[in-house]
Design a protein around this ligand. Structure first.
Ligand code: BES
Ligand code: ZN
Ligand code: ZN
Length: 491
């Protein structure tokens, strides 16, 4: 999709559709046309009285525009203004594409309008994403679409367009990885993806194969990957700012390319979604794609821990005991609680490379889905400032995090009678006991936050500006965390 800016008059604006978004607090545009102004004032009343329940369309007089499309943020009371802008942008470009009106202009020519260009672009780029690769006839709905940003400051608008495009195209890349089949996105394929990113953005990449994992005693990856034809890997991707930084942020992503549950096998229903059990890894790779382009002032490393969890004669078994490199032993009660086993290796490695701050991202527990539903990512950790920073970074992009408790009291649930800890918690607080397990592997002194994206990595039905399928959650949050580090970590 092309996104252009236009700085001229309304009279000369050439478009099939002109989109006007109304809001009680924000005047996004300034219409130098009395007839149109009157019509919009009338629409405001109709929206308030409930007469208009979705949108208003009409053909304007004396303009080069075919159709005016009006939305009001009162129509979407569940969400904030920024989210509504994105939803309306996504709806408008779709309306245009489906009705043979591909050139869609957005009226943002006021001061408030200029401030919100990036939100419109986010709605356009995320809202026009679909996964078409396997269709005989891929749908090319947005092929001819052109979005025109009608602005009073093209230069500033263009800056926002460019920035938002970087963020959202990387997010769509994350979505592609998660939507793709597990036969294609194997652990080796995630490694190749990391290597490609390293090549395009001059990042350092370090890949550990089975031999190296064995040498380094990365026992979680080796055990979880033991039942698969596709061997496990740990790959780290590093960004180094020009001037040295005291902060070394390490992002650890769960990359289980398919989670059958292993010997503790899952039921067949919905198992296909477990191709998305690498969404944490895809998110940290997406974040590095953005970070490599926006070049923040802090050091950032992504560690992808990746394996396929399959049942097999060589697979790990319930009752096995793993001795980790940090000295802790783990009893495997259930081979389906595999994410924490490989993340433990990643957390240990984060300590080795000098992490000051660690954020891990994982589709970790069904319990988080039961606690939070599909709209919130669970967040836990050992440092309030870091948790708030992630939450704030997410808030800049409509990604919502909700803090769950992490009390030492519940360590009771991960006790084992034969090893230091058990990989399965008790019958309650599953998201918390999984995080308590991870905490055992957080290096001393590191500030740590854990994001359980099991609730949010997948949309079963369209939601806001997202279509069905992978959401790309956390890529923008993590990039924003790094890029706006000072603002995000200020209390
Ligand atoms: N990958 C799953 C968690 C998951 C569930 C992600 C639903 C996305 C959607 C994880 O490896 C798992 O199987 N967790 C088990 C843990 C249990 C065995 C302690 C779960 O949540 O049931
Ligand atoms: Zn599992
Ligand atoms: Zn899993």
């Amino acid at each position: 999709m092309k996104i252009e800016t236009y700085e001229g008059s309304l009279q000369e604006l050439q478009a099939d559709v002109l989109v006007l978004i109304l809001d009680r607090q924000n005047e996004l545009f300034d219409l130098d046309n009395e007839g149109l102004q009157e019509r919009v004032a009338g629409a405001k009343d109709q929206f308030s009285s409930g007469k208009l329940s979705r949108e208003l369309t009409f053909a304007p007089k004396d303009l080069e525009v075919d159709t005016v499309l009006v939305y009001h943020s009162d129509l979407e009371k569940n969400y904030g203004f920024w989210e509504n802008l994105k939803t309306f942008a996504a709806r408008a470009i779709r309306f245009g594409a489906e009705t043979g009106r591909p050139r869609v202009a957005f009226a943002l020519n006021s001061e408030a309008g200029l401030e919100h260009v990036s939100k419109i672009v986010e709605g356009l780029v995320l809202g026009s994403y679909t996964f078409e690769k396997y269709r005989q006839k891929p749908r090319k709905l947005f092929e001819d679409s052109v979005a025109v940003i009608w602005t009073s400051n093209s230069e500033e608008a263009q800056k926002q367009i460019d920035l938002s495009r970087v963020l959202c195209e990387a997010t769509n890349g994350t979505r592609d990885l998660v939507n793709e089949s597990a036969s294609v996105i194997t652990p080796a394929a995630l490694v190749r993806k990391a290597q490609d990113l390293a090549a395009s953005h001059s990042l350092q990449v370090d890949t550990w194969d089975t031999a190296r994992l064995t040498q380094e005693r990365m026992v979680g990856l080796l055990a979880v990957g033991a039942g698969s034809e596709h061997p496990p890997f740990m790959v780290s991707l590093s960004y180094q700012p020009e001037s040295p930084s005291d902060v070394h942020l390490v992002l650890v992503g769960k990359g289980v390319t398919f989670d059958t549950g292993g010997i503790s096998i899952k039921p067949a229903e919905k198992m296909h979604l477990m191709r998305g059990d690498m969404a944490g890894a895809a998110a940290v790779l997406g974040a590095m794609d953005i970070i490599g382009q926006l070049k923040p002032s802090i050091r950032v490393t992504a560690i992808v821990v990746t394996a396929e969890n399959s049942p097999d004669g060589k697979a790990m078994r319930p009752g096995d005991i793993l001795s980790y490199r940090n000295g802790k032993s783990v009893h495997i009660e259930n081979t389906d609680a595999e994410g924490r086993l490989i993340l433990a290796d990643g957390l240990i490695h984060a300590g080795d490379i000098g992490a000051t701050h660690i954020v891990d991202v994982a589709t970790l527990t069904g319990a988080a889905v039961r606690a939070l539903g599909y709209s919130f990512t669970g967040i836990m950790g050992n440092n309030r400032t870091l948790i708030n920073a992630v939450t704030r970074a997410g808030g800049n992009h409509g990604e919502a995090y909700w803090k769950l408790p992490l009390p030492a009291e519940y360590k009771e649930y991960i006790k084992s009678s034969v090893a230091d800890i058990n990989n399965l918690g008790g019958p309650v607080a599953g998201a918390t006991t999984a995080a308590l397990f991870l905490q055992e592997f957080v290096p001393d002194g590191a500030k740590w936050a854990h994001l359980d994206i099991a609730p949010t990595f997948w949309k079963e039905k369209p939601w806001k500006y997202f279509g069905e399928g992978a959401s790309g959650v956390a890529a923008r949050t993590l990039a924003d965390l790094a890029v706006n580090w000072t603002e995000n970590t200020a209390r």
